[in-house]
Write a protein that binds this ligand. Sequence first.
Ligand SMILES: [Zn+2]
Length: 247
Amino acid sequence: MAKLDYRLISFHAYETRKKLGADENSPIDIEDLVLSNTDYTLIYKPMSENISGLCIKEGNNKIIAINSNSSKGRQRFTIAHELCYLYYHDDGIYICSSKIDDEKANDCEREADLFASYFLAPESAFYSDYMMLANSKNDLEHICIKLEQKYGLSHMATLIRLKMSKLINEREYIKAQTSPIKLANSLGYSTDLYLSTKKNTTMGRYISLAKELLDKDRISIARYQSLLLDGNRQDLVAGDDLNAEID
Ligand SMILES: [Zn+2]
């Protein structure tokens, strides 16, 4: 297994944040950020539990599909992971495992996981937040929750990052692998991060392209509606009967 170049991957994450219009250090709404770029289609769909998502890259056309059964934190991580493929790999289809930090995973997968971690939680900001929390006598459980809530990372991704940055040891890493929900609740945080909150839906280029085809009379209204339905966008299809089916 090749050794990953942490500094280069961290730089790639920084470079991609800049390309998408985010600053160097702030927590981000990754869905908004990606959708602000018109090349992207985001598809949320239930998938089998060993897959976190996939991406398809074909020139400027970039599609990211996310397993909607996973938690919001995990979904955010998947989008960031796929960005690594979309910016630093050739055109193609990449299907991604749900295991993070899997020692058996190939180097591209490990690289994309690391990229995702740095993308969501930039190195210097994450480190200085950790030091501030540790210096004000927070225990590891509290530190984890505060960091993952700030950067929108899943609990596991946060622990892996802390271990990788040598801020916690193996024993602490294993001990902290408990459900964060109760403590997050008691600290007044929303627990959305730990739950799957997404409906099945499609957003971005696919939808705007369908509308463009309709507006230019390239497709009929019926075809337009069927494209919206294929993308699970019943909400955009006119007609109360269809809307009544939702929820
Ligand atoms: Zn992957």
